[in-house]
Design a protein around this ligand. Structure first.
Ligand SMILES: C[S@@+](CC[C@H](N)C(=O)[O-])C[C@H]1O[C@@H](n2cnc3c(N)ncnc32)[C@H](O)[C@@H]1O
Length: 192
């Protein structure tokens, strides 16, 4: 795991500009909460955290990279945003039960996490995923198939949930489109 940490610390030491928040959030802002607690898993420089906190949510922002997390913490502080950063090697065991009104995971795929993410979401809360697909036709994102979504895989991460939004842009090759080669889903955890 130190290799992963070192790799991302190196990347964030060179590039400290948070890009735009994930399209799964910006394209669906009409259905996102403006109150409550969110978790941004593998937050990187925290574009999703900054977006959600600016909407009024309290945000837990977790990432393995100390460099990314300290940069986000400074930015949150200077903007007076309610973001609690944590440097952590994310595992299923680290996730609490039924704490969050929204969990966002973008451009990070660890197949041991979806059941714990569902568990960490409050009944009625939202689970948001976005990342690259195995069917992508654009030379962006990971090439290792372990980090690419299989067809129908996103739906399998949110069993017994109501699907509120879904998009698969695997065939989109427009490099200027923030969803090219990616898919997203937003699901509401059932209350019953
Ligand atoms: C491609 S970046 C995505 C960042 C952000 N979510 C986004 O969409 O821009 C992947 C992130 O996963 C983090 N990461 C990788 N392995 C991790 C682990 N085991 N635990 C926590 N974070 C991890 C990296 O530090 C990096 O910030």
């Amino acid at each position: 795991m130190n290799d992963v940490r070192d790799k991302w610390n190196r990347i964030y030491s060179k590039d400290q500009l948070a890009g735009p928040p994930a399209a799964v959030l910006t394209d669906n802002d009409n259905i996102l909460p403006t109150l409550g607690i969110a978790l941004d898993l593998a937050c990187g420089l925290g574009a999703n955290s900054l977006f959600l906190a600016a909407r009024g949510l309290e945000v837990d922002a977790w990432d393995i990279s100390q460099v990314a997390v300290s940069h986000l913490a400074k930015r949150a502080d200077s903007h007076g945003l309610n973001i609690h950063t944590r440097v952590i090697d994310i595992t299923a065991e680290a996730l609490p039960m039924e704490r969050y009104d929204l969990v966002i995971t973008s451009h990070y795929l660890d197949r041991s996490l979806p059941p714990a993410i569902l568990g960490a979401t409050r009944p009625g809360g939202l689970i948001c995923y976005q990342t690259f697909t195995a069917e992508k036709q654009i030379n962006m994102g990971p090439s290792n198939p372990s980090f690419l979504l299989q067809p129908k895989e996103l739906e399998s991460f949110v069993p017994d949930c109501e699907i509120l939004a879904f998009k698969d842009e695997s065939h989109n090759t427009n490099r200027d489109d923030p969803l090219a080669g990616r898919a997203f889903i937003i699901a509401r955890k059932s209350i019953g």
